[in-house]
Design a protein around this ligand. Structure first.
Ligand code: FPP
Length: 254
């Protein structure tokens, strides 16, 4: 295990803390990629330029997450509330997955990355959905980093879906009320089979969850930075992980 991680790290800059820094890499990192619009504004650019630059940050961070040995990377790319934005911006955002995958899918495949999507597929334009589904199909046998796009995702909608499915099972006699527990709930969420995030990162100085993975983040470590998402680099991810490694996770215990 240690040998594999050392091999992955090579002579990386993430060594000052010794082997612990390498061993205790979070298994699942989730990111609220915020600040594209403000990044663009500070440069006198249209908001779309910020989203386009944000797409490049997605590539950098994915490759770094893979290099560090992170197993799951979940990225909040479009929320169930983002439909409220002007149509031109929504259209632009909906085209990004297709653009990203056209450019990057080959390299993701070469790096053994598995693409997944978490969100409500029904409202997505067909070009968005087919690009994502093609990437999912082409990478489904890959065993490396799981790159999980939260697309048209909202935690409340996700939890309501889970609650309704549990209620239907109770109503129809497939499940006893007293058997409902954390595991049954977790199995009906869109993250079923994926461990909860160990670390949540939010960029751009905002300190909220914004309807993101509210069940799954119950015991996650939270790391906030003022850096706008388009400026987020490999070094910022390393900083977040080093800070994570300094935290003591107690899960309510001592
Ligand atoms: C929030 O910043 C960001 C989004 C709503 C979109 C995030 C999308 C990307 C980073 C690109 C996704 C790429 C792929 C491959 C799917 P904001 O626009 O709300 O920024 P602001 O708060 O500064 O206005």
């Amino acid at each position: 295990m240690i040998e594999r991680l050392w091999a992955k790290f090579g002579k990386s800059s993430l060594q000052p803390e010794g082997p612990d820094a390498i061993e205790n890499v979070p298994e699942h990192v989730a990111i609220i990629m915020d600040g594209n619009g403000r990044w663009a504004k500070t440069r006198g650019l249209p908001r779309m330029a910020g989203h386009h630059s944000g797409m490049k940050a997605v590539k950098r961070v994915t490759m770094e997450a893979d290099r560090l040995g992170i197993k799951y990377l979940t990225l909040y790319a479009f929320s169930t509330e983002n439909w409220k934005r002007p149509k031109a911006e929504v259209d632009f955002l909906m085209k990004l997955p297709q653009q990203f995958l056209e450019i990057e899918l080959e390299e993701l495949i070469a790096n053994n990355v598995q693409v997944r999507m978490m969100g409500h597929k029904e409202d997505l334009p067909s070009y968005t959905l087919s690009a994502v589904e093609e990437a999912i199909a082409k990478t489904s046998d890959n065993t490396g980093l799981v790159l999980n796009f939260a697309l048209n995702y909202g935690s409340r909608k996700e939890m309501l879906g889970a609650v309704k499915s549990i209620a239907a099972d109770v109503r129809d006699g497939r499940l006893a009320l007293e058997d409902i527990d954390d595991t049954i709930m977790a199995d009906r969420l869109l993250t079923s089979g994926i461990p909860d995030p160990d670390l949540l990162i939010r960029t751009s100085g905002e300190l909220r969850l914004s309807n993101f993975m509210m069940w799954q983040l119950a015991y996650s470590e939270l790391w906030f930075t003022d850096v706008y998402w388009p400026e987020f680099t490999e070094t910022h991810l390393q900083q977040a992980i080093l800070e994570y490694q300094r935290r003591a996770r107690r899960y309510g215990g001592l």
